[in-house]
Design a protein around this ligand. Sequence first.
Ligand code: FES
Ligand SMILES: [Fe+2]
Length: 446
Amino acid sequence: MSPGKLAVIFGLGVAAGFIIQSGDPLDSWYPVWRETGLLARAVVCLIAGASLFTLGWLHGFLFGPLELLRGPDDVGYIVENGRSKAQAANEVRRRRRTGDLPPVYPNGWYRVLDSHTLRRGEVRSVTVLGEQVAVFRGQDGEAYVVDAYCPHLGANLAVGGQVMGNCIECPFHGWQFRGTDGKCVKIPYAEKVPDFAKVRIWPSCELNGQVLVWFHCDGEDPQWLVPEQQEITTGEWVYRGRTEHFINAHIQEIPENAADIAHLGHLHTPAIVSGVDLRYTNSKTWEFLRHDWKVQWEPEAEPNKHCSQMLVKHALTVFGSTWHLLDVRVLARQVGPGLVFLLIEHSFLGRGVILQCVTPVEPLLQFVTHTIFYQSNIPPLVPKFILKAESIQFERDVMIWNNKKYISKPLLVKEDSAIQKHRRWFSQFYSENSPQLQHQLNTLDF
Ligand code: FES
Ligand SMILES: [Fe+2]
């Protein structure tokens, strides 16, 4: 329960106690209370309750994490003509021309959930890369990811399944599958468990406060590891918030943004105070405040050719002159198709990282999270401001992505050359059997 809610409950309890009580302890402490009528007492108590509520809110604002969890139709669509947000989003999805798309699920590591949301003995249902998986934490504390559908008669292990030791028990007939290798270890009504009774397990790992899975279209083993951010493991950097977004686009569009240097000088230059709706971001009111970006994108060499780096130098200009307080350096290190480590460094506001994770839910629907970990000795308001500013800039991209078409042969000028370089780099995550978009009716309505 949030501190705000606790404060309200506490405040209301105290208020009710004082209002109904006669001869209460306050009488002896403050004789004036005895003279006070019921209405005045109620007012005093309400003010006390409201003050406690404000204090609770203030505590959350100053010290709690920032959590901006957007629904699939919340951001990046133009809602007009009396339509609902869901109608507007569905219409865009139905009408869009997809273009000549690359395969839809690149090989790589993808985040499935945050570690703290999965306690020992719990199971969760998650959709990744168009598949249903059951993620559970065994009594040994390890997180396991298995195909959600039981091989016996197809029940969903994540819907009513129970964690037994390090196994998951199917809710339908009670078969138990081991998290380590997927082997069925118990069929409650059968004499013998056949050797072939197995559920498919997904290679997974847990670090940086997240559970991740490896996907390869041919079932190959992981070709690289997810790097550990030591400062998160040691507790030097702590969790300060996260954002969640759904994006209606091909996965490649999102990392390609890093190599699209020209868009920074256009889309991301208006100050964050001018908002996320691209129809209004260029408003005259905030013209005096601009973001200035200097960036460079480069792939890394062997043995890290699955990584690339974008170095960003950000400055804020006020009436054309630089305001150095917001000079920030960000090293955005992309690791495979689905993970980016945005390492933030400020001269006196400290260091931290935003983990940007892109996980395809279905061919043209990406689930993106930004999770910030920051130096524990820096006031939480600093990383929360950074995350909020980042999410405003990101939501501008979302409005582009949600409505755009993928252009396989873009019309580029010399200054756009990093985009082609990025596409060549990204193509390493596709192999011959990588799944292509099947032209089928999209059944997921928001
Ligand atoms: S469907 Fe899972 S045990 Fe029968
Ligand atoms: Fe962008």
